[in-house]
Design a protein around this ligand. Sequence first.
Ligand code: UGA
Length: 426
Amino acid sequence: MKIMKISIIGSGYVGIVTGIGFAELGHNVIFVDVDENKVNLINSRKPPIYEKGLKELMQKNKRRYHATTDYYEAIMNSEITFICVGTPSKEDGSIDLRYVESASKGVGEALANKDDFHVVVVKSTVLPGTTEGVIKPLIEKESGKKAFEDFGLAMNPEFLREGNAVEDFFNPDRIVIGVKDEKTKSILDELYKQFNCPKLFTDIKTAEMIKYVSNAFLATKISFANEIGNICKKLGIDVYKVFEGVGLDHRINPAFFRAGIGFGGSCFPKDVKALIRKAEELGEDPKILKAVIEVNEKQPLKMIELLKKHIPNLRNKRVGILGLAFKPDTDDIRESRAIPIIKALIKEGAKVIAYDPKAMNNFAKMFPQIDYANSAKDVIAKSDAILIVTEWKEFEELDYKGKIVIDGRRIEKAMKDTKIYEGMCW
Ligand code: UGA
């Protein structure tokens, strides 16, 4: 194996996991971030985000990486740079490229001083055409060099799941690499040699599209499962049994049919919306994608409907929330379904008490007006009704006896012994 020098721009969960993953494989890694706080955390070998297994790998490989705010230092001392900065949504759902643009400028300015061939790899999720239409001209302008000749440029989308990102880094289903020039192709081929999975080389905009289509399809599966689940609920059918039967067809596959209260997170909502905006810009009317978002926005509010079936007036009622993170094993609350649910409860005049093993600090910044409990047990003890919003493992161990439970995530334990139990789609 050839040991490579890699720099990573942006130390969010994609950047930090990718960089530490490469360090574990034996490479030398430099992280670049504008946030000094993150740089200091990384340099003291502490993860800037919570991600299972990351802390241990940061300790284990502590001599193979460091962090800096200085692009110049990072580019001069590496041969490959991964751009891993965030691509958030603007108000209208379209993609906000400001971090990608400033990263491209930073890389370009530093490259102006470098004689050796350097490969820039875009890992940030960007719409088809962005790498060649936005990033390439910025780097070329700042560096005075020509892409695909003086420096390499590629697009390598990430498919890491938060909470599972470390494991996903080492065991991907596939690696997609969008390239144009042969030199870049062979450098990336070498970098990924150790990975034993299909590797698909495409042109750059196809690689960009594969990322969006993967996320859009997974989001579509979830909204489809929820729509079918809502019908099943009215028919008295358990949608999980239905999808068990449906998923056994190898053409369909059983994954991502977990019906409940819909998808959150930093990727699915933003990526589907960005694809919709792009399609509209091109004069297309993406009906399926729009319905995916519409179903997802209505789904969490169905929880309140089910709750009001049993407690019609929620004013001053104590409603307990189990789970605030957008999914288990993360402290991330971006687009968490807990947000619309708690907003609706506050509007109804309910008194909300919430618990999450990891995400309470993040949530309290957004919702300081609700109560936070020390434990899940505490929530159960103090509530007139309980809503299960995230499927943390520890919620399977609780005693729900005699309680009213509205379950958004199918916690088996809650299905037994409760006074009243309502599953979202079962
Ligand atoms: C997702 C993709 O799964 C990754 O492949 C991708 O790399 C990532 O987005 C990204 O673009 O960065 P992530 O958002 O971390 O990963 O989480 P998922 O496990 O996909 O879950 C997303 C949401 O869907 C969660 O709120 C989860 O509760 C919900 N979900 C998932 C369901 O409601 N039902 C399911 O069957 C599966």
